[in-house]
Design a protein around this ligand. Structure first.
Ligand SMILES: [Zn+2]
Length: 185
């Protein structure tokens, strides 16, 4: 299990020290820490939180949280294409330094108990390579915690035919508009 812990204004000690008996404590955000421990350690963790004024925000199984090796898995499953990766959402080429590995179905949703899409796609682990996609920073930020249409876009974006079709539709639309404008003027 993952135990997500937040420091509060009253907490003084670094959680990595307070939980020194748990070697898996990791800092995951500004005030956020994560401990990986067995389910039965919950009482102990709660006790330390109470004493040290941390907030135990949520507890969720490992398969619904960010793994330490998802980037490695991604690169071995999707080797770098010639010229670099393309963003799954906008099809732009991404310079290697600015490449984001996006969790198509976002972790925020799974760890807060919503795994609708994962079940629909029959994916058990949120870090499964099928749930990972290359993304540019702009799309990654824009997407944030959204799912829905973004999940569809990530699935379709894998296919070159989708991008060709999009272009064809766009050209057809422009030609149609020009034609209509000519017709009415
Ligand atoms: Zn993009």
């Amino acid at each position: 299990m993952y135990f997500e812990i937040y420091t509060t204004e009253r907490s003084r000690k670094d959680p990595r020290k307070a939980f020194r008996r748990f070697p898996s404590v990791r800092r995951t955000g500004k005030n956020m820490y994560r401990i990986q421990a067995e389910e039965r350690k919950e009482r102990k963790i709660r006790r330390i939180c109470r004493r040290r004024h941390y907030e135990l925000k949520r507890i969720y199984p490992e398969n619904l949280g960010r793994s330490d090796h998802y980037r490695r898995d991604f690169f071995s499953y999707y080797p770098r294409p010639l010229g670099g990766y393309r963003c799954r959402y906008c099809h732009r080429r991404i310079p290697d330094k600015r490449l984001c590995i996006d969790h198509i179905y976002p972790i925020y949703r799974t760890k807060t108990g919503n795994d609708f899409w994962l079940r629909l796609l029959r994916i058990e682990d949120v870090n499964d390579v099928r749930n990972l996609a290359p993304a540019c920073r702009r799309c990654n930020t824009k997407k944030g915690r959204n799912a829905g249409i973004w999940v569809l876009r990530a699935i379709l974006g894998r296919y070159e035919a989708y991008w060709v079709l999009r272009k064809v539709c766009f050209v057809a639309l422009v030609v149609g508009l020009v034609f209509l404008l000519n017709f009415f003027s």
